[in-house]
Design a protein around this ligand. Structure first.
Ligand SMILES: *Cc1c(COP(=O)(O)O)cnc(C)c1O
Length: 406
């Protein structure tokens, strides 16, 4: 008899974004004349940098001639891109990562979700809460037990290490700069997690999709800046938020050779070998033209253009942070990440705050409760909007807040 992987039935309904869409479209149907401003989306809005467009055109033309045509490429990614990544993101910071430790992919969502394929079902998982839902859902599909490290105003949004007496989680997901709270961890705080992983034999799965947004000096850009991380941490990066690749699709995963796992038979296996095996079986590589596009980000023009786009978003973030702070809201994030995490006034819950901003200020946000239990009482705003819309949204929220006090 046909059966299902019934772990899928344990997933929470993909309720957050579907429910937001439902409420927004119901409101819009009743009020067709209202122009809503959307500060809820986690997608970029600025076009791709000119250097990327030029690289795409050139790569497309290469595909038109027999001499330069490329078919199947290496599953792990072309060496030209892996070398550009190593030089631009690691060697430039004095970090020792080699091109054969870099795995090019079609975005960080795929690899953060798929990486659990090569790990035992019995591993328990720790995630910070609120959390990017992919870590929870992919491990639920695999049937793993998941625990939560709350990140709240009361602990400065810094997750506590697991109890010293309790069982140690084998898999630990960290995302910094954080989606959804927009917070970062300092080097000493991150070092504690690396030390914990090393002393308990845990694997750190470090998502740094927002690395390019870091501007505060001293905030680690890579987990490999921390002592010992090469022995216990996998790093996921993405060109999506860095360079507008949310539609083009490209990212990469770093699996250091130093991570070695002992099998039940007592032999040892480098984690990277298993990941290479998994990828070469289930993945046939990122398109050549997309890898050329990603390579172009590391050129001097590409870098300058990417920086300008990020500066545009982060100016939105600054405008939002100042506007909301002046309204008396204890906003966090928005300094090293394109997200602001905003507590609801007057003890409202997330969905009430969301609903009132929708109906009374005509601004669409994301209710924090959708990211996990510790997100209750918050909304997430994104800085990915258009400048004039962002300014207008802040005016609307100021007026709404005045009305609330009025
Ligand atoms: C957007 C995002 C990613 C990147 O996803 P892609 O699949 O590369 O587009 C990864 N992690 C987090 C936390 C994100 O917010």
């Amino acid at each position: 008899m046909l059966t299902l992987n019934e772990n899928f039935l344990q997933l929470r309904q993909n309720y957050l974004f579907a429910e937001i869409a439902r409420r927004v479209s119901a409101f819009q149907q009743e009020h067709p004349d209202v122009r809503l401003i959307r500060l809820g989306i986690g997608d970029v809005t600025r076009p791709l940098p000119p250097a990327v467009i030029a690289a795409l055109h050139q790569a497309v033309d290469e595909q038109a001639a027999a001499e330069t045509f490329r078919g199947y490429g290496p599953e792990q990614g072309y060496l030209f891109l892996r070398e550009a990544i190593v030089k631009g993101d690691y060697a430039s910071r004095g970090l020792d990562i080699s091109p054969d430790e870099v795995f090019v992919n079609d975005g960080a969502k795929s690899d953060t979700g798929n990486f659990t394929d090569i790990l035992g079902r019995d591993n328990s998982v720790l995630v910070t809460d609120p959390v990017y839902p992919v870590y929870v859902d992919s491990n639920t599909m695999a049937g793993r037990t998941i625990s939560y490290a709350p990140c709240l105003a009361s602990n400065g949004f810094v997750p506590a290490l697991p109890d010293a007496d309790g069982p140690a989680p084998e898999l630990i997901y960290l995302c910094y700069p954080n989606n959804p709270t927009g917070t970062t961890l300092t080097a000493p705080q991150l070092q504690q997690w690396v030390d914990y992983a090393l002393s308990h034999g845990s694997l750190l799965l470090f998502d740094s999709a927002y690395e390019a947004y870091i501007s505060t000096p001293g905030v680690p850009h890579s987990i490999y800046e921390l002592e010992g991380a090469r022995r216990c941490a996998v790093e996921f990066r993405s060109f999506s938020k860095t360079a507008g690749f949310t539609g083009l699709r490209c990212g990469y995963t770093v699996v250091p050779r130093d991570i070695v796992v002992t099998t039940s038979a007592g032999t040892t296996v480098p984690l990277a070998d298993l990941w290479r095996r998994r990828q070469s079986t289930k993945f046939n590589g990122t398109p050549y033209i997309v890898q050329r596009a990603a390579e172009s980000i590391y050129s001097p023009e590409g870098r300058a253009q990417v920086r300008a786009t990020i500066a545009y978003y982060m100016e939105n973030a600054r405008i939002m942070r100042e506007a909301l702070t002046s309204l008396g809201l204890e906003v966090c994030g928005g300094r090293d990440a394109p997200y602001l995490w905003v507590p609801a006034p007057q003890g409202m819950d997330s969905w009430t705050f969301f609903g009132r901003l929708l109906q009374e200020a005509h601004v669409v946000t994301t209710p924090g409760a959708g990211f996990g239990p510790s997100g209750e009482g918050y909304i997430r705003l994104t800085a990915f909007g258009d400048r004039s819309e962002t300014l207008e949204a802040m005016k609307r929220m100021a007026k709404w807040t005045e009305g609330l006090r009025g």
